[in-house]
Design a protein around this ligand. Structure first.
Ligand SMILES: [Ca+2]
Ligand SMILES: [Ca+2]
Length: 394
C-alpha cells in the first residue's frame, strides 16, 4: 500500500520547490518593471551670457530674445557622462536638422535653433530668430555613439533611455512702441509716454523704468500651465479675463524670482503653503482702460503694465479670500504684517527694492473683494495701500 503514494516529505519538497520558482519569477518580473519605470533623475540649469547659472525643473519655460545664446547643462547624482568627441559635432543653420549627440551616454535633441558647441554635460544653444516655443531635450542613454539625423529619419530608438530633461525655450515677441499697439492681431494698446513734458514723479526721475517692455510672451491654452519657476505657471500672470484665450503678456524675470523668494520666506516663518495665488499680474494698457471704464481706477503708469508687478493672496482653503494667517479667527492688519515683513526682508537681502501695497480691498469684475498684497520689482523703494474702511484699486 505504502509504495503507491509519494512519501509525504517528498511531496513537501516538491511543493516548496514550485513555490520557490513562482516567487522567483515574480521577483524578476518586479525587477524588470522597476528598472523600466525608474528613470535616473536629471537636474538642469541654463546660463545666459554674462549671467549666472539658473537651476530649472524639466519642462520649465526659459524666456529668450530672438537669436539669444545660452548654455544648457544637465547633471545627475548617479554618474556623470564622460567627455564628448567634439570633433564629431556638426553645426547647422537649419532648424530642420536633429542634432543627435551621444557623448558617452548623453544625447541632445533640438526642435529648432542652432547648436553652437558641445560640452561634456551641456551645449551652447542659440535660439531661433522667429518667436515661438521650442524644445531642447537631453536624453541619457545606455550606449554611446554619435550621429546626426534628419527628423524624417526619426529612427531615434527610444529604448534604453535612462533619463530625460526638457528645456522649454520660448522666444519672445518684439513690441514696436511706435506701432499701433498690436502684436499678431492682439491689442496691447498704447503705452503712456514717459518722455512727456508733464510727467510727474516717480516717472520723471525714472524714465528708463517706464519705457514699454521690449518683448512680449504669447500665452496659449497649450502653454498656459507650463512652469515659469518652481511654483508658478505662465497663466498665473495673465489678466483674469484673458486666461482661456490666446493673449500676450509682459513678464519680468525679477518678478517671478521675487514671488519665489516671498513664498520661501513665508514658509521659513512656519506657514504651511504650497503657493501664492496671483489675482492680478500683467495688465495691458488696453486692459487698464477696460477696468477704468468699470470704475476700477488703475494708475496710467501702474507697474502692472510693465510686467514686474503682481497682486496676490494666500488662499489655502480656496475661497478666493485671503486666509487668516496667524489663526486668531480675524483677518486684519496682523495677518498683512506677516507678509509685509517677509517682503521687506527679501528686499533687504536681495538689495532689489520695489513696491509693497497692502490692501484691504480688491476690486475686479471677476474676482471677490479680499485683502491682498501688491508687490513689484521696479528698482526703488515705494509703499502704499488702503485702510479696511476705504479701498483704492491696486
Ligand atoms: Ca481663503
Ligand atoms: Ca488673523
Amino acid at each position: 500500500m505504502k509504495k503507491k503514494f509519494l512519501p509525504l516529505w517528498l511531496l513537501f519538497i516538491l511543493m516548496w520547490f514550485l513555490l520557490f520558482i513562482q516567487s522567483g519569477n515574480a521577483q524578476s518580473r518586479g525587477k524588470e518593471i522597476t528598472q523600466k519605470s525608474k528613470l535616473i533623475p536629471l537636474s538642469g540649469s541654463y546660463e545666459k551670457t554674462g549671467g549666472s547659472p539658473v537651476s530649472v525643473q524639466t519642462g520649465c519655460i526659459i524666456f529668450c530674445e530672438p537669436a539669444e545664446s545660452l548654455k544648457m547643462t544637465v547633471t545627475t547624482d548617479e554618474f556623470m557622462p564622460p567627455e564628448v568627441d567634439l570633433d564629431g559635432s556638426k553645426m547647422s543653420d537649419s532648424g530642420r536638422i536633429y542634432h543627435v549627440m551621444k557623448g558617452g551616454s548623453l544625447r541632445w535633441e533640438i526642435s529648432r535653433g542652432w547648436l553652437e558647441k558641445f560640452y561634456s554635460n551641456g551645449i551652447q544653444y542659440k535660439a531661433p530668430l522667429a518667436p515661438g516655443s521650442f524644445k531642447v531635450s537631453a536624453l541619457l542613454k545606455e550606449e554611446s555613439n554619435y550621429s546626426v539625423m534628419e527628423p524624417e529619419q526619426n529612427a531615434l530608438a527610444e529604448h534604453n533611455i535612462l533619463g530625460t530633461f526638457v528645456f522649454n525655450v520660448m522666444v519672445m515677441y518684439p513690441f514696436d512702441r511706435e506701432g499701433s499697439g498690436v502684436i499678431e492681431g492682439y491689442p496691447i494698446g498704447i503705452y503712456p509716454n514717459e518722455e512727456a513734458e508733464d510727467v510727474r514723479e516717480p516717472i520723471a526721475s525714472h524714465k528708463q523704468a517706464y519705457k514699454p517692455p521690449r518683448y512680449f510672451i504669447k500665452v496659449t491654452p497649450e502653454n498656459a500651465m507650463a512652469l515659469v519657476s518652481d511654483h508658478f505657471v505662465l497663466s498665473d500672470f495673465s489678466p483674469l479675463g484673458e486666461k482661456d484665450k490666446e493673449h500676450f503678456i509682459a513678464l519680468a524675470p525679477s518678478l517671478v524670482q521675487r514671488l519665489e523668494d516671498i513664498l520661501s520666506g513665508l514658509k521659513e516663518k512656519g506657514l504651511n503653503l504650497d503657493t501664492l495665488k496671483i489675482i492680478r499680474g500683467y495688465l495691458s494698457p488696453n486692459e487698464v482702460e477696460r477696468l477704468r471704464r468699470k470704475n476700477i481706477n488703475i494708475a496710467v503708469f501702474s507697474r502692472s503694465i510693465y510686467g514686474d508687478s503682481a497682486t496676490f493672496i494666500i488662499d489655502k482653503n480656496q475661497d478666493d479670500i485671503m486666509d487668516d494667517l496667524n489663526n486668531d479667527k480675524t483677518l486684519d492688519k496682523k495677518d498683512m504684517d506677516i507678509i509685509e515683513e517677509v517682503v521687506q526682508s527679501v528686499e533687504s537681502r536681495t538689495k532689489l527694492y520695489g513696491g509693497i501695497g497692502i490692501y484691504y480691498h480688491f476690486y475686479d469684475p471677476v474676482h471677490k473683494d479680499t485683502p491682498c498684497v501688491q508687490i513689484d520689482t521696479r528698482g526703488w523703494h515705494s509703499r502704499w495701500g488702503d485702510s479696511p474702511d476705504e479701498g483704492n484699486a491696486p
